[in-house]
Ligand binder design. Structure first.
Ligand code: IMP
Length: 178
């Protein structure tokens, strides 16, 4: 199945049914790993909004849900290495178990930056949950990366929250550039 997003053509890579199935497996893991605790799920905007929504619905322990905005892409198809620092998290996370929820970890620079920043606020723990991971693009190790939906090759992808030029976020599955 092919689809056009702005000036690029994409083809279906991960159908929504597979995403749903994987999310329910991750939710089961989180439910068991954080049993007896109340983690704070922090979705990184904009890309994670659908993932967070589907994930928290399947988690069977109490969780807090909030969002932080931070982006490293500026409408292109490759990382700029510049992270826009409009990160904002108003709640007090001191002593809390944090689960950062990302749409995709590419070079790992964004998540690394965020993790460093959050450690200064003295949380009890930080874990990262990402729907997609591009292992070949990773430029640093991220020990906090505990939950990964799918490992994908170095393709540029859109859909299920991820965008190209702010478009394609509403596509139901993950689509890769042809
Ligand atoms: P990193 O800092 O290189 O790990 O990039 C992470 C951010 O880049 C993600 O949160 C996305 O916003 C964006 N990104 C990386 N790869 C893709 C992609 O294939 N499609 C859309 N956005 C991407």
């Amino acid at each position: 199945m092919k689809t056009q997003v702005a000036d690029l053509t994409f083809e279906l890579s991960i159908p929504y049914a597979a995403i749903e199935k994987r999310i329910s497996e991750i939710a089961t893991e989180i439910t068991s790993d954080y049993s007896g605790r109340i983690p704070v799920m922090v979705g990184i905007l904009n890309g994670s909004f659908l993932f967070v929504a589907d994930l928290v619905k399947q988690i069977e322990i109490p969780v807090e849900v909030t969002f932080a905005k931070l982006a490293s892409y500026y409408g292109g198809t490759s990382t700029t290495r510049k992270i826009r620092d409009d990160f904002d998290l108003t709640i007090d996370i001191k002593g809390r178990d944090i689960i950062l929820v990302e749409d995709i970890v590419d070079t790992g620079n964004t998540i690394h930056y965020l993790i460093e920043k959050l450690y200064t606020r003295e949380p009890a723990s930080i874990a990262v949950c990402t729907l997609l991971l591009k292992p070949q693009a990773l430029e640093r190790t991220v020990p906090e990366l505990k939950y990964t939906g799918f490992e994908i090759p170095n393709d540029f992808v859109v859909g299920y929250g991820l965008d190209y030029k702010e478009l394609g976020r509403n596509l139901k599955g993950i689509f890769k550039k042809v």
